[in-house]
Structures are given as structure tokens and as C-alpha cells.
Design a protein. Structure first.
Length: 285
């Protein structure tokens, strides 16, 4: 059990009707917002526990390098999409980990900045890619107003304590017309893949979720759009992103087929992004 748990409201709607979505015999549990459908942990583990886990998991080491290798195809895809919409300038990657995204944003066209909670990962990213990397969170590093042309938050929104506060801060430091790119897994896909019969068949366990973990937010596509709009952004583009590669050929084949189907579905419905393994939206200030 964890002492000092935090009780919070929906990261999208604030105080709203909720129902318990999953109890796993701990002081913490997952609830579901009755307005936007977001799944989030409340009560949740305290920040000190969650940040320590993130540091141990994504700090400099074999696990971090394996994660980066599995994400290489996706990062290359995202970098090409981002550079299509933003020609160059100051670029901030929030949750930059080891900084592997920076390799696709070279000098002199790009001035690279990062925010990373793990000191060892931040140091590696700064030295390897000549980036200015701040250790901590976006809110405890006061960047100048209207400073960045592009800010990214890739595969990390589910760790963020208060997404609305972070989005407001990014809005402050983005230039007029600046772009914010967010990549997350589709909520419906993630829930189906991580709990229930599909999870049992693939993982040989009933659930991959743990309510006292650092995974505290599972935001729906409509919830994400609502949240961004409330913070002064307009979603301009949306893309299906390649899943992390696996050592199992059948999983890679399934992922490619699933991605192609997802690309067809988003032409008709924004909400269909919920069934994408990964998607990225690019919003404009």
C-alpha cells in the first residue's frame, strides 16, 4: 500500500460525475469521467513515487535504449510529419528521454531544447545532441514568452499530473501560430489491449493496468480535443503513427494492418482515433 495518495478531478473536465472503472485491491483505483469518458487514477500514487519510477524506468540504461530502438520507426515518421508543417526554429521536446528525436532536427535549422524528469537521461540527451535539456517538468522551468516554434509531447501524456496546466504553460511559451504535437495511444485500443479477454490471450494475464502506477491518464480523442480547445489551441492535423516494433513478426504484421485500417477510419470520424494503437495530433496556437 502507498501512503499519501492524491485525490484529483478529471484532467479534462475538472469536477464531474465519475464512476469507479477498476479497483485492484489498493488504496488507489481508476475512475471514469461521466462527461468526456477519460479514465484516470484517483486516488493516485503521490508524485514522489511516480517520478521515482519514471527515473528508474527511463533513466540512462539498457531499458531506455531498448525503448528508443523500438520507437525509432515511429520517431522518424513523426519527425518527417512535423518538419512538413514547421520549417525550423526553436524546438522543445517535453519528456525527451534520451533525446533520440533530436537526431532528425539538426543544426543550423533547429535549436533543440528538452524537458526530462530523469537526470541521467537529461544529461545524455544534452551531451549527445547538443541540446539544452532542463531536468524536471515544463512548469518548473520558466521559458520566455512566445519563445518556441514547435513543442512536442510524444508518448508521455498519460504520466502528466495536470495536462491542462501544462497546455496553458506551453501556450504561453509558443509563438503566435506555433505548433503543439501530441502523440498518445487510442483510448479504446489501449483499454481493449490492456484489460480483458484480449489481454489474457496476448499477455496471459487479465490486466496490464495497475492503479498505483505512473500511468494516471487515459484520455479519449474527444476529451483531448476538448482539452486543447479550452487551452487556446485548434487541432489542425491528425495522423496514425507506427506502433513500436516487436521481435515477433506476427505482431509487426498485425500492427501494420491495424494502422492501415485506422488511416481509413479517421477520414470519416475523429473519434475513430480511439481505436488507433498510436496517433498524433498537431494543434496550432
Amino acid at each position: 500500500m502507498i501512503d499519501g495518495v492524491e485525490i484529483v478531478n478529471c484532467p479534462v473536465c475538472g469536477a464531474s460525475p465519475i464512476k469507479i472503472w477498476m479497483e485492484d485491491g489498493k488504496l488507489t483505483h481508476y475512475v471514469k469521467c461521466g462527461e468526456c469518458g477519460t479514465i484516470y487514477a484517483s486516488p493516485r500514487a503521490p508524485y514522489s513515487v511516480r517520478s521515482a519510477w519514471l527515473d528508474s524506468t527511463f533513466g540512462l540504461g539498457e531499458n531506455a535504449f531498448q525503448n528508443a530502438d523500438s520507437r525509432r520507426e515511429a520517431l522518424a515518421q513523426e519527425a518527417n510529419l512535423l518538419k512538413y508543417h514547421v520549417n525550423g526554429g526553436r524546438f522543445l521536446d517535453v519528456g525527451c528521454d534520451l533525446g533520440h528525436l533530436f537526431q532528425w532536427f539538426p543544426d543550423p535549422s533547429w535549436e533543440r531544447y528538452g524537458v526530462e524528469i530523469s537526470p541521467s537521461a537529461a544529461e545524455f540527451a544534452a551531451k549527445t545532441y547538443s541540446a539544452k535539456v532542463h531536468i524536471g517538468t515544463i512548469k518548473n522551468n520558466a521559458y520566455p514568452e512566445a519563445f518556441f516554434d514547435l513543442v512536442t509531447m510524444l508518448d508521455m501524456l498519460y504520466y502528466v499530473d495536470d495536462p491542462q496546466s501544462d497546455f496553458h504553460e506551453i501556450h504561453r511559451i509558443l509563438k503566435p501560430g506555433g505548433k503543439l504535437a501530441i502523440e498518445i495511444p487510442g483510448q479504446g485500443y489501449q483499454l481493449l489491449r490492456s484489460r480483458g479477454i484480449v489481454c489474457w490471450l496476448l499477455e496471459h494475464r487479465w490486466t496490464r493496468f495497475s492503479s498505483d502506477s505512473s500511468y494516471i491518464n487515459w484520455i479519449s480523442p474527444s476529451g483531448l480535443r476538448r482539452l486543447l480547445k479550452s487551452c487556446g489551441y485548434e487541432i489542425r492535423w491528425k495522423y496514425i503513427i507506427n506502433s513500436p516494433t516487436s521481435s515477433l513478426a506476427w505482431r509487426n504484421f498485425f500492427s501494420k494492418v491495424h494502422n492501415r485500417v485506422s488511416k481509413l477510419l479517421i477520414k470519416w470520424s475523429f473519434q475513430s482515433l480511439t481505436w488507433a494503437p498510436k496517433y498524433m495530433v498537431i494543434a496550432q496556437k
